[in-house]
Ligand binder design. Structure first.
Ligand code: AMP
Length: 282
């Protein structure tokens, strides 16, 4: 079956109707699809009869100084990837269709949206949650798939689903990496060869941290790798490295046991990258 492209909310409603019965999994994306997105689509397929992919570069989640206008847009290639993966519906609305000028109400991510990544991107998670709730309301999926790559986003979406009683199961997909460890990202295409070599320090720092036992040692090992990368050409400019509770993103105590997420964000050249690893502390 060919993939149905729904360009606005009305077309989506029609396309959804045409699926008949069966369960639906939604994979929200901003397009510029790569193998990481494809792994989400394959996981979606395991959880439902039909897969809907949304492709929408959400203006609400970009700050005024961020890369909204230069965010990669590769819609034809995205459609081809979705067709290859057997996606039934691609929902690609315009910003005007998603955000009519008279809109007033939006979602607040609360305090959890202002820490770690949220401290560097004010309003970002409010914009993410607002668009995700709208997509969930429009598609009404049984399951929605999100990447562990955006660990704080995943935690906040789980929090939103719980706090607002959103009737959907949230499924996390593992981070898809290049063989050398670099996590796939739509923004990787901006990296020059030299940028990319520096960017490898993110995943290297996570591996160095993961090899240690206590929060203090884990952070020190990760920081040592990132400090070294700050002296490379081009340098890695660190925004943060934290060891946090994966559900709340509060920093973990030195005697913490159980899961903790080692999360890092840094800029290399003009590109900002994030990565994380979930560790089990005993
Ligand atoms: P984006 O298009 O970057 O907003 O991402 C759409 C979805 O794909 C989000 O749930 C991301 O967490 C997920 N994602 C992005 N990169 C990866 C990756 N390398 N591995 C797994 N999931 C990813």
């Amino acid at each position: 079956m060919d993939v149905i492209v729904a360009g606005d909310r009305a077309e989506l409603a029609k396309a959804r109707e045409s699926l008949g019965g069966g369960s639906i999994a939604l994979v929200p994306t901003m397009g510029a699809l790569h193998e990481g997105h494809r792994s989400l689509i394959r996981l979606a397929r395991e959880h439902a009869d039909h897969v809907v992919v949304s492709v929408f570069v959400n203006p609400l989640q970009f700050g005024p100084a961020e890369d909204f206008s230069r965010y990669p847009r590769t819609f034809d290639a995205d459609l081809e990837a979705c067709a290859e993966e057997g996606v039934e519906i691609v929902f690609a609305p315009s910003a005007e269709d998603m955000y009519p000028p008279d809109r007033q109400v939006s979602i607040s991510a609360g305090g959890m949206g202002t820490v770690v990544e949220g401290a560097f991107r004010p309003g970002h998670f409010d914009g993410v949650l607002t668009v995700v709730l709208k997509l969930l309301n429009l598609v009404r999926p049984d399951v929605a798939i999100f990447g562990q790559k955006d660990a704080q986003q995943l935690a906040l979406i789980r929090r939103m689903a719980a706090d607002l009683n959103v009737p959907v199961s949230i499924v996390a997909a593992p981070t898809f990496r290049e063989p050398d460890g670099l996590a796939l990202s739509s923004r990787n295409r901006y990296l020059s060869a030299a940028d990319r070599a520096t960017a490898l320090a993110l995943s290297r720092a996570l591996r160095a941290g993961a090899a240690r036992e206590t929060p203090g040692e884990i952070l020190a090992a990760a920081r040592a790798v990132l400090d070294e990368a700050a002296r490379l050409d081009p340098p890695l400019l660190l925004d943060y490295v934290v060891l946090a509770d994966p559900a709340t993103f509060a920093p973990v105590a030195e005697d913490h046991s159980g899961e903790a997420v080692l999360a890092v964000a840094a800029r290399v050249g003009s590109t900002r990258l994030i990565d994380n690893a979930v560790l089990r502390l005993s």
